[in-house]
Ligand binder design. Structure first.
Ligand code: HEM
Ligand SMILES: Nc1nc2c(c(=O)[nH]1)N[C@H]1C(S)=C(S)[C@@H](COP(=O)(O)O)O[C@H]1N2
Ligand SMILES: [Mo]
Length: 480
């Protein structure tokens, strides 16, 4: 039974009142020197004195410093126990203010309207926002929490009013369709797909070590896996009047609501056959891991093209059109293409290479991290592996001696229907290691077509630093 209203008032009066803070203020407390603050719900905690006592280690707790605990706790279920919340409660110092509304964009700074982000992300560029999660957390859960999922934005995040949002679909014979979010939800069956998205520039930093390349210096985290929910692109195109199959070369072109100062929207395209194929699972997604699509990931609607480079999964989707030519967008025609190591900026002709669509086989070691000191005894090596085009990962080989001898890692994850392995496989291997040794941990994956990764970076170097898929190498020393 509910307590009488007076009792509620009395209880509220008795509760201690806490100072209010903004997320930005909390975000300034990220080290023991500045104090370590975190949030849970709308409560703010100063956990500086708990950092050294944390059963999971001080490093882990510091990954969440300055921001919300929830996305990190989603990776480690022990925190769901009531005693953890009780423990946390004794460190409460404040509450988040009610005025945590997104700031309004200003003429001076086109990025002023961008959403708040978790300060634990590794930022490669603030404006536009490009960031990846701490690498050691990537393989901690099959689905990447939304707040930790890498973000790759080329432009400011558009502010979209969901009630007035319309998707424009250019139908055959000049007839256009305009669909509200409600119509997309109610007229088309909801379809869910677990798919990994990877940026073409993932692991670019390793390529730059061979010779400088142009682009953001991504480490191994420009990849993530989510359960996407939405309407099938196929269903929407059939509804607009397009046929199952078309003779000749056709493309489905997408435009986003984010546009450059010249007014050109972000755009990309995929072949018509992929867009219409029921087995290709291409989505117009409005959900990510059961939540409404976050603003950084395309709210209210994005394309998700499983098995294909992230660049084609257009966010903040505004328009879909069918054309005999690829999208005229810069990002389709003059970027996201692979070249020979002999091609440089003076000689590159973007017309000579096809746009990247399906990605090659990839893998990386997420744990331990390069330069780490690991204790002697049992060492657990963890990582991810994935291949484009729905080709499943059939094996991951791991070496501890730079590639001279190999062992086979244990694969975890969901088995997918043949040819539709859209999600990564997480893998791990536990091996005995002895004090005083220096290890060069290497991993390489094999996909269902027996495609393998190249052993070194130099032969696949390209001026834009895309498709960086060489064996991943991590050096660590074994010490007490
Ligand atoms: C103030 C924030 C946090 C509190 C109060 C807290 C509390 C705890 C407690 C009480 C345990 C032991 C649970 C048990 O065995 O019953 C634990 C374990 C652990 N925590 Fe945290 N934690 C915090 C933040 C984090 C963060 C941010 C991460 C990850 C990034 C993390 C990762 C871990 C791990 C890996 C373990 C060990 C799990 C295991 O042994 O299986 N914790 N934490
Ligand atoms: N409208 C729009 N869509 C976009 C982009 C963008 O900048 N604008 N970036 C693309 C690139 S290059 C990638 S890798 C993915 C990243 O998706 P995420 O930020 O949700 O991880 O979105 C793609 N879709
Ligand atoms: Mo990308």
């Amino acid at each position: 039974p509910l307590p009488p209203p007076q009792a509620v008032h009395a209880a509220a009066a008795a509760a201690p009142s806490y100072p209010r803070y903004t997320r930005e203020e909390v975000g300034r407390h990220r080290s023991p020197e500045q104090r370590v603050w975190v949030t849970h719900g709308t409560d703010v905690f100063d956990v500086t004195d708990f950092v050294e006592l944390h059963p999971g280690g001080p490093d882990k707790i510091l990954l969440a410093a300055g921001g919300a605990l929830e996305p990190f706790w989603a990776l480690y279920a022990v925190h769901g126990e009531p005693h953890v919340l009780e423990l946390l409660q004794q460190y409460k110092v404040g509450e988040l203010g009610p005025d945590e509304a997104p700031p309004t964009p200003s003429a001076q700074d086109p990025f002023a309207g961008d959403p708040p982000r978790h300060p634990g992300l590794r930022v490669n560029s603030q404006k536009p926002f490009n960031a990846e999660p701490p690498a050691e957390l990537l393989a901690e859960s099959f689905l990447t929490p939304n707040e930790l999922f890498f973000t790759r934005n080329h432009l400011p995040v558009p502010a979209v009013e969901p009630g007035s949002y319309r998707l424009r679909v250019e139908g055959p014979g000049g007839r256009a369709l305009s669909l509200s979010l409600d119509e997309l939800r109610s007229r088309f069956p909801k379809h869910e797909v677990t798919a990994t998205l990877q940026c073409a520039g993932n692991r670019r930093a390793e390529m730059s070590r061979v010779r400088p390349v142009k682009g953001l210096p991504w480490d191994i985290g420009a990849i993530g896996t989510a359960r996407w929910g939405g309407a099938r692109l196929r269903d929407v195109l059939l509804h607009a009047g397009f046929p199952e199959e078309r003779e000749g070369e056709w493309h489905v072109c997408f435009e986003g609501l984010d546009a450059d100062p010249g007014g050109a929207p972000y755009g990309a395209s995929i072949p018509y056959g992929r867009a219409l194929s029921p087995a290709a699972d291409v989505l117009l997604a409005y959900e990510m891991n059961g939540a409404q699509l976050p603003r950084d990931h395309g709210f209210p609607l994005r394309v998700v093209v499983p098995g294909v480079v992230g660049a084609r999964s257009v966010k903040w989707l505004s328009r879909v059109a069918v054309s005999p030519a690829e999208s005229p967008s810069h990002w389709q025609r003059n970027d996201y293409k692979g070249f020979s190591p002999c091609v440089d900026w003076d000689t590159v002709d973007y017309r000579t290479a096809p746009a990247i669509q399906e990605l090659p086989v990839q893998s990386a070691v997420t744990q331990p991290r390069p330069g780490a000191a690991v204790p002697p005894g049992e060492l657990t090596v963890k990582g991810y592996a994935w291949s484009g085009g729905g080709r499943e990962v059939v094996r991951v080989d791991v070496s501890l001696d730079g590639g001279r001898t190999w062992r086979v890692a244990r694969l975890a994850g969901e088995r997918a229907p043949p040819g539709r392995a859209w999600a990564w496989a997480l893998w791990e291997l536990t091996v005995p290691v002895t004090a005083g040794s220096e290890l060069e941990i290497v991993c390489k994956a094999v996909d269902g077509s027996y495609n393998v990764q190249p052993d070194s970076v130099a032969p696949i170097w390209n001026l834009r630093g895309v498709l960086s898929t060489a064996w991943h190498r991590v050096r660590v020393s074994v010490r007490d």
